[in-house]
Write a protein that binds this ligand. Structure first.
Ligand code: FAD
Length: 412
């Protein structure tokens, strides 16, 4: 019996192995991952790890003994090069072939490259892996001026870290505002203000034309408006691309992610896909299908795959949620708000602690909370259950949202 082979030792890959064993799975489990480290969580890479508040051991999802104790074979530093669905086997970078009864693709995503001259100069970085963070951690201790390309989550988190370390930080963003694809304008504005207060400089509508350097090392970033932004270090954070090539080459349908059904099975019943690399149906997605890049998406999806392999198929329909720590501010998002047609503020946006309740056709579809963890928890219950919230109720501080949502236990 070949058991389950998991491609990728990241958040989703780890969770599948753990949940399989927790659910009583008795067949072999092999994880194959091209990173050398034990499975670890990425969120702290752009926050506590860069600030020296946690070390690599603190990022590990479990110590090495967990894998031995649970009979999970971990093949680290090895890449799956090819899937041969007709033979139910994979070919590894070591040349070995690994057969499977079931294969799970948990290959994650990779950073989108910046297609401009100079992007390969020394001092131009990206942040995805522990190895990337180690390089960056050392680099930011030796420089003064940082340019961040992209005002998305990673870019803003990195900007907050650098500002906290006393570096001069400029964020260049092609869109007219920060987090344009992820949060409402009012939330983006509030976050931007917190970064500005910490000394971060923003340039919006700033399309990067080239990165220039001297002696092979970056010295500045040039934008299409002719401006030159001096830099000792550049971080490029302009989004990710799903690692879907293995699946595509094996003949599986892909479309901005590996296409799977509600239980995360691909077109081949012996292959699942989960986490950042998978695009799945979701009752919370406006277009019906979505590819989610979050810890929660990876963990809940992995639990769904493990439950199915343990004989209890369930649809992957949990409410999506996400967080981002930016300096002293914690943003939490519940649901998938875009597109929404009405945004209602609860709390005081100027105070740095408020929530934005987003509605589409009168229905609550997403809630963004800044330093309001109570609102976030209630929002998850509201979005998950039968309770309905009107825009007037959302904006009325006299309405007890907790009571309206019902306690998790009191709901059927
Ligand atoms: P990953 O964790 O990326 O794991 C995929 C693994 O598969 C990688 O190790 C990859 O190298 C490996 N792999 C790919 N192809 C192959 C192959 N052919 N053979 C072998 N191995 C392969 N999410 C949040 O919710 N909150 C946050 O605050 C947050 N912060 C983040 C900060 C950073 C710096 C980053 C990079 C991400 C952050 N995320 C955050 C996103 C979150 O970490 C990801 O959504 C999550 O890791 C996805 O899990 P995954 O298992 O799908 O992919």
């Amino acid at each position: 019996m070949s058991g389950t082979v998991i491609v990728g030792t990241g958040q989703a890959g780890f969770q599948i192995a753990a949940s399989l064993r927790q659910g009583g799975y008795a067949s072999p489990i092999t994880m194959v991952g091209d990173e050398e480290a034990l499975p670890y969580g990425r969120p702290a890479l752009s926050k506590a790890y860069l600030l020296g508040k946690t070390d690599a051991v603190g990022l590990e999802l479990r110590p090495a003994a967990f894998f031995a104790d649970n009979a999970v074979t971990l093949r680290r530093g090895e890449r799956v090069m090819e899937i041969r669905p007709d033979r139910r086997e994979t070919r590894l970078s070591s040349g070995a072939t690994l057969p499977y009864d079931h294969l799970v693709l948990a290959t994650g995503s990779r950073n989108r490259p910046l297609p401009v001259p100079g992007a390969d100069l020394a001092g131009v970085h990206q942040l995805r892996t522990l190895a990337d963070a180690d390089v960056l951690k050392l680099a930011i201790s030796q420089i003064r001026r940082v340019v961040v390309v992209g005002a998305g989550f990673i870019g803003l988190e990195f900007a907050a870290v650098c500002a906290a370390r006393g570096l001069a930080v400029t964020v260049l963003e092609g869109a007219p505002r920060a987090l344009a694809r992820s949060v409402s304008p009012v939330m983006a504005e509030a976050l931007e203000a917190t970064h500005r207060a910490a000394g971060v400089v923003f340039a919006f509508g700033a399309a990067v034309r080239a990165i220039v350097g001297e002696g092979g090392r970056v010295t500045a970033v040039e934008t299409a408006d002719g401006q030159s932004h001096p830099a000792d270090l550049v971080l490029v954070g302009i989004g990710v691309l799903p690692n879907q090539e293995l699946a595509a080459e094996a003949g599986l349908p892909v479309s901005n992610g590996i296409d799977v059904d509600a239980t995360l099975v691909t077109a081949d019943p012996a292959i699942s896909a989960v986490g950042d690399c998978a695009r799945h149906p979701s009752p919370h997605a406006h277009e019906g299908r979505v590819r989610i890049e979050s810890v929660q998406g990876a963990v809940d999806g992995a639990r769904c795959v493990a439950a199915r392999l343990n004989g209890q198929p369930v649809a992957h329909g949990t409410v999506p949620w996400f967080w981002s720590d930016q300096g002293a501010y914690k943003l939490q998002i519940a649901g998938l708000a875009a597109p929404f047609d009405r945004a209602v503020i609860r709390g005081d946006a100027a105070s740095g602690a408020f929530s934005v309740f987003c509605f589409r056709d009168g229905r609550l579809v997403g809630v963004e909370s800044l330093n309001r963890p109570g609102d976030h928890m209630v929002a998850r219950r509201l979005l998950d259950g039968p309770a309905s919230l009107t825009p007037d109720q959302a904006g009325d501080p006299g309405v007890d949202l907790k009571a309206l949502a019902g306690s998790p236990r009191s709901r059927a």
